[in-house]
Write a protein that binds this ligand. Structure first.
Ligand code: KG4
Ligand code: ZN
Length: 355
């Protein structure tokens, strides 16, 4: 079976074709058109501009993904598109396109939660055309979802059965990376820039808080950490406001990254232990962070209760449509296609665990 996946929840237009034969999985194509350059001058995504870009990108990308996969549209057996969460007008473009294609082709349609897509991004084979034999994870497992909009610990009991264990009370961790980057004029998106400078800095140079590290719950908070960075930067002397010497930038990035990642790692291991799950999947844009990968891998190795941690390929950490096709297929297999989908609309606030 060939599955067409479509993703337009934020500023990436993405289309992918997956092939499932018996119980083997292969990503035949995954095309992503990023709008980062368009939104860069604004320091963030401008929704109206994003939606217009999706409109012009959408059908050429569908055509490109089919061509790259060497699959005819008539061979598609399932269409999956993101219904939410995300920017309403961006979501509409991909979701309505997916519905229309499924209807025109006379094939089933699955409405996919973008965060479920991230969860299952980790099971995708790392290379295009690489075939995975058994790809479905063992349930239950714990998912740490870390992106520009989310910081969540989710217990995945089965496909479509999610229990939210912990959430951020304020900023998402990716958002904190982006804001800290902006304080030091490191550009947008800030995560990769902060990470690059952090690798060259001293992680103990600035004494920053570890918010909610010892709280009884599994929630997170990053607003206080961000403010602590701001106050610490204000004590530094600069010749031009906002422009700090490179060593200060490196030390601050390293200290901030150490604080944010320590909380993520400790709470993830605690959540897995408390809920007696032996495997953890990490996904979302921040799962590209190499310090997070290293620290969590080490913590899992040192733990008696957690056996494994899985990260997506770097090409699938950010928003993409292969993960939407994957989550859509698993949902289709477990619970069937979305019924009466023609009248459905997007859900900008869609959440895992309380749909
Ligand atoms: O999942 P994603 O591509 O988009 C959504 O937010 O849905 O995540 C983007 C976020 C941004 O905040 C970006 O700064 C962050 O992921 N990010 C990183 C890294 N790469 C991307 N944060 C820390 N370290 C990275 N290497
Ligand atoms: Zn995302």
């Amino acid at each position: 079976m060939y599955i067409l996946g479509i993703e337009t929840s934020c500023d990436e237009t993405a289309v992918a074709v997956l092939e499932i034969i018996d119980s083997t999985l292969c990503v035949l194509s995954s095309v992503v058109s990023s709008q980062i350059k368009t939104h860069k001058p604004y320091g963030g995504v401008v929704p109206e501009v994003a939606a217009r870009k999706h409109m012009t990108n959408m059908m050429p990308l569908v055509s490109m993904a089919l061509e790259a996969a060497d699959v005819s549209k008539h061979d598609i057996g399932l269409v999956a598109a993101t219904q939410g969460p995300g920017l309403a007008t961006s979501l509409m473009v991909g979701f309505e396109t997916g519905k229309s294609l499924a209807f025109a082709l006379g094939q089933p349609f699955v409405a996919v939660n973008h965060m479920a897509g991230h969860v299952f991004s980790a099971v995708l084979p790392h290379e295009l055309h690489e075939r995975a034999d058994s790809f479905e994870p063992q349930y239950p497992f714990l998912a740490l979802l870390v992106s520009g909009g989310h910081t969540q610990l989710v217990l995945v009991l089965d496909v479509g059965k999610y229990k939210l264990l912990g959430n951020t009370r304020d900023d998402a961790v990716g958002e904190a990376f982006d804001k800290v980057a902006r304080m030091m004029q490191l550009g947008y998106p800030g995560g990769p820039e902060v990470s690059r400078h952090a690798a060259l800095g001293d992680r103990q140079a600035f004494d920053l808080p570890r918010p909610m590290l010892h709280s009884q719950d599994l929630d997170f908070s990053f607003a206080g950490l961000k403010t602590a960075v701001l106050y610490a930067l204000q004590k530094e002397t600069t010749t031009t406001p906002g422009q700090y010497p490179i060593p200060v930038i490196q030390d601050m990035c390293a200290s901030f990254e150490a604080a944010a990642i320590e909380v993520l790692v400790k709470k993830t291991v605690r959540a897995a232990t408390e809920h007696a799950v032996s495997s953890v999947i990490v996904a979302g844009g921040v799962s590209a962070n190499s310090y997070l990968r290293k620290q969590l891998t080490q913590a899992v190795e040192a733990s008696n209760s957690v056996a494994s941690v899985l990260f997506p390929a770097f090409s699938y950490t950010g928003d993409n449509a292969a993960m939407i096709a994957m989550a859509g297929y698993l949902e289709y297999k477990h619970t069937g296609a979305t019924q009466d989908y023609l009248g459905l609309s997007v859900k900008p606030n869609m959440a895992l665990g309380n749909e």
